[in-house]
Design a protein. Sequence first.
Length: 202
Amino acid sequence: MTATQGGHALVTQQLDAGIAAWARLASEISASEVREAVEAAGRDVVDALAAGGTLLVAGNGGSAAIASHVAAEFLGKCIHDRHPLPSISLAESHSSLTAIGNDYGFDQVFLRGVQAFGRPGDVLLAMSTSGTSPNVVAALGEARARGLRTILMTGAKGAGQGHLADHLLVVPSDETPRIQEVHMLWAHAWCEAVDLSMQGPR
């Protein structure tokens, strides 16, 4: 088998593995305790935005990309036109991240964003597949001290991190791609609910 043929076979293999993992996850994240936790966190997001609060979003790597995506959905729209809503990805600015990381340490790159933008009644949505990323943990602590509602989306390794946030949402998986895909699903569900509930001028 050539290297190209081997690569083609791996595409099929990984696609099948991903579909199989999603079939299992679809059942597991439909469990009542998972749904109830996600719904409770989503209600806090809806309530905060309806009251004029801001959604802050943070994460590293792939979760940083999701943070930018989520913030854009609320500032723009997900499925229906509505008034733009204040939402900020704390992972968005390369200049800010590198300046803060260089001057204060990488563990403060999101904490200082919370200090700058976070107000009581706002929400911090933080994503860490391990649940232990130091900069995410620091931001959650700062957010809670400032009176923000806090949500931590994580994977199976972060299941014991409930003390870090008001809402701990655990994807029952150790596979980073699957964990991040579920995080996006949950955030999209909340944004769709916001779109539907907040249509019309403000």
